[in-house]
Design a protein around this ligand. Structure first.
Ligand SMILES: [Zn+2]
Length: 500
């Protein structure tokens, strides 16, 4: 596991972090089961298609949560599963397994499909600067554990076997639906035709499904050949890696019912430990220009596409600008504004570097103000991760630094504190660009820097002799390479806009 912060802030801030819990429908003070440790489980994707912007938003939020918890001093054990079998289309009994369907269409083995999209998934979330979870268990790699849990549920009378499938009997768990608040009589599936006749109650959900004739993705079980139901893997992973309880369970809001209600049922009847999950934290929807994202509407945006258009920093800033429980709208106007604000951050860091060469003041002038803004930022984060409010303090800090430099009222210490704070707070959202990190395919950044300074020099000379054609040509062609020249008081400065 990665090294955690040297500074433990739990003493100072512990017991002050509040999270909105979907189960209690209220904000609660976060207290982990085990002091100093946090177990976090987030529902992963089904690997049958590209991850889209909505996934990006969800995983970016949990990345902020993980980074903030670690900054506070908690040791976070973060699990996100990978569904590679058992997720049926439309989540109805007669839906086809999403992976198997794609494999059939592409004449490939289902696991080739999974492998392809899993690699694409990693590339995209890495590109968005999301730290990978500690463990990413796959359903297909835990078939024995899944069978064991299903067997136990049958043995204890909470599940039954019918026609080679195993179903959880919802009637046996009167609290079923307590997370979503969906009442038993509301749960009847809209289309009764989609319910298998062997089920005792239409609400009963499959723990194990009998494989149809000639099916590829199947395993032997006490009930014949088959494959797992969709809801069981998460419960299995939590019980296996965390035990009977989990501190925080996350996922997108559309997973609350029935998925998360099913997870609770399977776990609580077996362990008797309640609540199975202490804090249910759900992320809001993503819309595209005000409309729900869907393939049929043609407004479906892959995360990798968004990353070709925008820098990861701008995407992360845009994501963090809205509270995670609210729905977030993707539109070019907001993204352009985010790009500009990322520019402001990197320009400010550049100005700090330049200004350090000659400082007008001996004593600190505005370090106290920086500390105050940082405290306000942290307070906002402690309040159910109010990232939009936290960001407003972050940009106040940016404004203050620029004002101090403009007015020539700063000391060395002020600039150093400012730089450290901008980087430290920007880290939660990954919004501080690092020029050497991307865009040059690992080229020597010092060399690139020298070459660009040479080009900037040539352009300056051209401007001095009023050869604006050459100066504009240089600026234009660098722009096409994704390098922007900005004329500042301290001379021209270059910056990468996006991966060329
Ligand atoms: Zn799940």
């Amino acid at each position: 596991m990665e090294a955690k912060n040297e500074e433990n802030r739990i003493k100072k801030y512990g017991g002050r972090l509040k999270l909105y819990n979907t189960l209690s429908r209220s904000e609660e003070v976060f207290v982990p089961l085990e002091e100093g440790k946090v177990t976090l489980y987030v529902c992963g994707t089904t690997e049958y298609d590209y991850v889209h912007l909505g996934h990006g938003r969800t995983y970016a939020f949990y990345d902020v949560l993980v980074r903030f918890l670690e900054w506070l001093g908690y040791d976070v054990f973060y699990i996100q599963n990978i569904t590679d079998v058992g997720h049926l289309e439309g989540d109805v009994d007669f839906g086809e397994d999403k992976v198997v369907k794609r494999a059939r269409r592409e004449r490939k083995h289902p696991m080739e499909i999974v492998e392809f999209f899993m690699r694409k998934h990693f590339e995209a979330v890495d590109g968005l600067k999301i730290k990978r979870p500690n463990v990413m268990p796959r359903a297909s790699a835990h078939i024995p554990e899944i069978i064991e849990l299903a067997q136990t549920l049958v043995k204890e009378g909470y599940a039954y076997v019918a026609k080679g499938s195993v179903y959880f009997s919802v009637k046996k768990f009167p609290e079923y639906g307590k997370l979503s608040g969906v009442k038993p009589d509301e749960v009847l599936p809209g289309a009764r035709v989609d319910v298998r006749k062997e089920k005792k109650d239409p609400r009963d959900f499959a723990l194990w499904r009998k494989a149809p004739e000639g099916y590829v993705l199947k395993w032997s079980s006490p009930w014949g050949e088959g494959f797992p139901g969709w809801h069981i893997e998460d419960t299995v992973f939590i019980l296996k890696y965390f035990g009977p309880q989990c501190d925080i369970h996350g996922g997108a809001v559309e997973l609350i019912f029935p998925h998360h209600d099913c997870e609770i049922s399977q776990a609580e009847v077996i362990t008797g430990v309640k609540p199975f999950v202490r804090y249910w934290v759900h992320t809001g929807l993503l819309t595209i220009n005000g409309e729900k994202m869907s393939k049929s509407k043609g407004n479906y945006i892959r995360l990798e596409e968004a990353l070709r258009k925008h820098s990861p920093e701008a995407l992360r800033l845009w994501m963090a600008s809205t509270h995670f429980r609210k729905s977030l709208d993707y539109n070019e106007k907001d993204l352009e504004a985010a790009e500009k604000n990322v520019e402001r951050i990197s320009n400010t860091l550049g100005r700090i570097q330049d200004s350090l060469e000659e400082v007008p003041e001996e004593e600190p002038v505005f370090s106290d103000q920086i500390e105050e803004l940082k405290e306000n930022f942290v307070e906002a984060m402690l309040d159910d991760l109010n990232t939009s409010k936290a960001l407003s303090f972050f940009f106040q800090l940016i404004t203050s630094v620029n004002k101090a430099i403009d007015e020539g009222k700063y000391s060395k210490e002020d600039l150093e504190v400012a730089e450290k704070t901008i980087k430290e707070l920007g880290e939660f959202f990954q919004i501080v660009p690092e020029p050497g990190e991307r865009g040059f395919g690992g080229a020597d950044i010092e060399l690139v820097n020298s070459l660009l300074n040479l080009i900037i020099d040539i352009r300056e000379k051209a401007r001095e002799r009023k050869d604006y054609d050459t100066a504009d040509k240089i600026r234009g062609e660098l722009g096409e390479l994704g390098i922007v020249l900005e004329d500042t008081k301290e001379g021209a400065r270059w910056r990468i806009t996006s991966t060329p």
